[in-house]
Design a binder for this molecule. Structure first.
Ligand code: PRT
Ligand code: ZN
Length: 313
């Protein structure tokens, strides 16, 4: 919170003609957040311990902060937008409601999923425990760093349990008899396995999201629209592929049906070949080995699949 008031005094950083964005300084989301901005063509030159960085070619200023502080930066309009795990945003909103901090974080809007930092907040119990669904946890103790989200979930299931809030190392709570179960973030599941725990029920699916304060200057709205257009272009390009193949004219119709998520492919004649054409298409869905094998079985040859760097309609 101190950082916010310090930054608010800096009038240059509050320039309403620039958009301020908060991203994680270091941690699981840091590299992907900065990578995404770079893919959007936003040039950033950041030294190691720098907390603030102006882009030299786009009207954006970046604040590098702890992920837990990002909702507060956006709520206070120090930054108009932020990239943060949806789990962190929802926890801040739920915890504020539980603490009676009316309105805190409630006006923050989620704009889009960013496609990285995917994880789930799950209930897990020791391998030896008897578990017949979340109701088994009635009257038990659950350790978590997400008491807000967990309370909402337990309430929706009509379950009463005791919550122990832990800031980290939640997975050791059952072993130390601090709790009967845990509710923690899981991605590969290896931390749970290492600690003799089994994931049972998913409380929340999460990933990094772009969030926004509702009060933007007119200039900031225009900058955000430009940034969103680029972000959408990068996200679409990430999930799309450019496919080129040779097709017998007789199999053309059949092959077009097998092209995943492609609306109107380009058909190009091949010099000196009456029986063959080339098909070029952008496929919106993944092109996997089995897709290629399917195309080959339908008569396609010389199949090339290329990544797409950028897309703008
Ligand atoms: O320093 P700062 O406060 O900024 O960072 P932090 O240490 O609080 O957060 P960080 O960098 O660990 O995580 C940032 C965000 O990444 C989280 O809020 C989630 O949105 C997302 N994320 C994605 C994860 C995970 N996957 C994840 N696996 N956050 C944490 N974990 C932890 C989990 O808590 C458990 O300890 O990883 C362990 C489990 O991982 P697996 O792979 O063994 O299942
Ligand atoms: Zn954190």
């Amino acid at each position: 919170m101190n950082t916010i008031s310090v930054n608010q005094q800096n009038t240059e950083q509050q320039d309403p003609a620039r958009l301020h964005i908060a991203i994680q300084k270091s941690g699981r989301l840091a590299e992907d957040s900065i990578g995404l901005l770079k893919q959007c063509g936003v040039k950033l030159v950041k030294s190691k311990d720098q907390l603030f960085c102006k882009s030299s070619n786009f009207p954006i200023d970046v604040f590098f902060v702890r992920d837990d502080d990002i909702p507060a930066f956006v709520d206070g309009n120090v930054c108009q937008v932020g990239m943060v795990g949806e789990n962190v945003l929802i926890e801040k909103q739920q915890a504020a409601m539980l603490e009676g901090a009316e309105g805190m974080f409630q006006n923050i809007e989620k704009l889009m999923d960013l496609g990285f930092g995917k994880c789930r907040l799950s209930l897990a119990v020791p391998q030896s425990a008897d578990y017949g669904g979340p109701k088994t946890l009635a009257g038990k103790t659950i350790a978590t760093s997400y008491p807000g989200i967990l309370s909402r979930y337990l309430k929706s299931q009509n379950i009463q349990a005791k919550l122990v809030k832990m800031e980290g190392a939640v997975e050791i709570a059952p072993r130390t008899k601090l709790a009967d179960a845990i509710c923690d973030l899981v991605s590969t599941g290896s931390t749970l396995a290492l600690n003799g725990l089994i994931e049972k029920d998913i409380v929340l699916e999460s990933q990094a999201v772009l969030i926004k304060n509702p009060n933007l200057s007119e200039e900031q709205k225009v900058i955000l629209d430009r940034l969103m257009m680029r972000l959408n272009g990068v996200r679409r390009a990430q999930s799309s592929k450019y496919i080129m193949l040779h097709a017998p004219v007789s199999a053309l119709e059949d092959l077009q049906k097998a092209l995943p998520g492609s609306e109107s492919p380009t058909i190009v004649p091949l010099e000196g070949r009456e029986d063959l054409v080339a098909i070029h298409a952008v496929c919106d869905e993944g092109v996997f080995w089995d897709t290629m094998e399917d195309l080959k079985a339908r008569g396609a040859t010389s199949i090339l699949v290329l990544p797409i760097e950028k897309m703008l309609d």
